[in-house]
Structure formats: structure tokens, C-alpha cells
Write a new protein. Sequence first.
Length: 197
Amino acid sequence: MINKEIDLGINDERLSPGDHVAYFWQTEREFSEGVKFLEVGLRGHDHCVIFGYEEANEKVCGVLDGRGFNVDRLQAAGRLTVLGGEADADLMLSNIGASFSAALERGAKLIRLLGNIGWGRANWPSEKDILSFEAKVTGAAKLFPSVIVCMYDVNRLPGNVIVHGAYETHPLTFCRNLIRENPYYVGFEEFIASLPS
């Protein structure tokens, strides 16, 4: 049974601090539904982080703007951080950790990260590095009072990314309006050992 404490913003589903969730979407409506995870935090007192490639970050910010949130003002006030990707997966993780630490120093009690990973993009790490990044995110989430939701467009991703990147690196999945414990989750050490050299 999942200990439910934090409002996901979608169909009254709740999460616990330290959770790392793969959210699967197929339609623009489902994508917008996923952004509600940030809306709940912005309406409350949580610090929110948007992480992804530029196009995806703009899309999330556009949804928030369309729902009455002033993204620029929220960033200036230190309530919202928008992070892009780097060519090095460990640097991406370091940047996320630094943004979490800064938010906690400013008094945030909970951090919500909505991630859109740029699979296959030229300026992003190799597939192996990004897969290990996803596995490391699970461990990093436990170090902070945070909840991390990674959004996956199942229409555009190759099957191996869905299998390895989503199913094997996320302890929880959210699909068809239900949060489920992921029976395919593989612990970090075992997952890293299974990646091809």
C-alpha cells in the first residue's frame, strides 16, 4: 500500500515525500493534466521545478501561463525554477540537487519537480547516461523533501526507453488515472550493472 500524503493534482491521487513517478501521457489533454502536479504546489507553499529540454519547458510554462500563473513573476520570487538539460547526466543531476538545496535554504518545505527528459536529442547525454541518470534520480529524491514526476510521451519514445527508462528506473508509475507500485522497478546498483558497456 502506498503511503499517500502529497496531492498529485490528478484525480485526488497522493504521493509521499521521496517518491519518483513515471507519468505516461498520449494526448495534449493528458499532458496538461500532468502539469496540475505543479499547480497544486504553486497554489500552496511548495517550490516547483520544471526540468527538461527547452521545447518541453516552454510547453509546461505555456500551460501554467494559460491557467493564470505568471511564470516570470514566480521565478523572480523564487517559487519556481526552470532548468534545461546538459550534455552530461551527472551535471544535470548536480544542477537539480543545487536547485533543491537553494529552495530549502529559502524556506521551502516541499519541492515538486516535473521532468520532461529529452531522449535522443543531440545536446543531451547518450542513452546509457540518461538511463543511469533516471536511476540516480530515484536515490536523489530520497535525500530531499521532494516528489519527482517524469512525463513520458508514449507516442514518441522508442520501446526500449519506455522499458528501461520508465519502468525499470521509477518505483511508481501513473497511468490511466492510477498510481501503482512498479513491479518492474530495478534497484540502482542492479540497474547500473545491467546497462551495456
